[in-house]
Design a protein around this ligand. Structure first.
Ligand code: FDA
Length: 301
């Protein structure tokens, strides 16, 4: 019954008016402006969480827009430094122009990696869908020539991930491990949750064996149980990893365990005027939210 309800919600999500989506979006997005995002980060820091800021948007269509986003991120590095926040930055390659040609894109990523170095911060390059996997890894390697405080993301659902991470082992290798959010072809990606989780665990073990620093990005309680077990069994020092979660995903359950074990938790905080597509993706992942919000709204009448 619940599954049927969720499928129904998923099919109608694209038809929901923007004004209604905004009601749900509030939970996942730290407002539309830099000021509201930095305010959220300050509150999260006060509660003991690190953060990473992401300006919402992707697939920019012009050099001007790519340059504008790049400069917005550079200004964000300055603000984080000035306000002494525990916060780094996550960018999407298609948001700063990877589709617009190599020279413009390299110029933009160069600005950001230099700004990260100047402010002694960290730049994370998010992983988008499979047409960009190879170029994102190349971008990461390009950035490393300038500064070590840079990392990328790997997706446990892709068959290629194990060989990709094995090819990158080095003392400064820092990556986020997530399951992967895009729809990918079965020829290149594992499709069922159990097998994705199995691969996640395998990749994490390989990473720990090779002393990489891993941002463990998942809210999956079953997977987290396996991860705690691996950390205990392999006696992984807590300075080799952090847990990463999305802003707005309910914190019950895993949060208490992360904290009682003394683990670092970083919250991924997206913000900006382009909140719509991101919110739709989050709602499709968890249609239950629609039910919770409707319930709350009705309750308030
Ligand atoms: P799963 O999808 O199995 O969810 C487990 C449980 O978590 C759900 O049952 C639900 O209770 C809760 N949950 C998950 N999503 C929720 C939501 N939206 N609202 C409420 N509850 C929710 N992907 C990618 O391809 N490239 C990237 O660069 C990144 N970056 C990234 C950063 C961070 C910090 C996180 C946490 C995730 C990503 N992802 C990503 C997304 C990731 O690949 C994946 O799609 C989501 O994290 C959901 O997968 P889980 O591992 O949480 O498990």
């Amino acid at each position: 019954m619940v599954k049927l309800f969720n499928r129904l919600i998923q099919s109608i999500i694209p038809l929901i008016p923007r004004s209604i989506v905004k009601l749900f979006a509030g939970r996942y997005v730290a407002g539309e402006t830099t000021i509201s995002a930095l305010k959220t980060v300050r509150l999260l820091n006060k509660r003991g969480f690190a953060a990473t800021l992401d300006i919402l948007g992707e697939h920019v269509k012009s050099f001007e827009k790519a340059a504008e986003i790049t400069h917005a991120y550079a200004a964000l590095f300055d603000e984080i430094h000035y306000q002494k926040l525990d916060c780094n930055i996550s960018i999407k390659p298609t948001h700063i122009g990877i589709e617009l040609g190599d020279s413009q894109f390299k110029k933009n990523i160069d600005i950001l990696v230099n700004k990260a170095r100047e402010t002694q911060n960290f730049l994370r390059i998010d992983m988008e869908n499979s047409p960009f996997t190879g170029r994102t890894i190349e971008t990461y390697k390009f950035c490393l020539q300038t500064y070590n405080g840079v990392g990328t993301v790997f997706q446990a659902y892709l068959h290629r991930t194990e060989s990709d991470i094995r090819a990158l082992f080095s003392p400064q290798f820092n990556f986020r491990l997530c399951k992967g959010i895009y729809h990918e072809d079965p020829a290149i990606a594992i499709q069922n949750r159990r097998d994705i989780n199995k691969n996640y665990v395998k990749l994490l073990k390989i990473a720990f064996q090779n002393e990489c620093y891993v941002g463990i990005a998942t809210h999956d309680q079953d997977l987290l149980e396996d991860i705690y077990r691996i950390i205990d069994e392999m006696q992984v020092p807590s300075d080799r990893f952090e847990f990463q979660v999305l802003f707005g995903v309910p914190m019950s359950g895993w949060l208490g365990k992360h904290i009682s074990r003394g683990y670092k938790v970083r919250i991924y905080v997206p913000f900006g005027p382009e909140w719509y597509d991101y919110s739709i993706r989050r709602l499709k992942e968890n249609p239950n939210i629609v039910g919770y919000v409707m319930g709350n709204l009705l309750h308030k009448q």
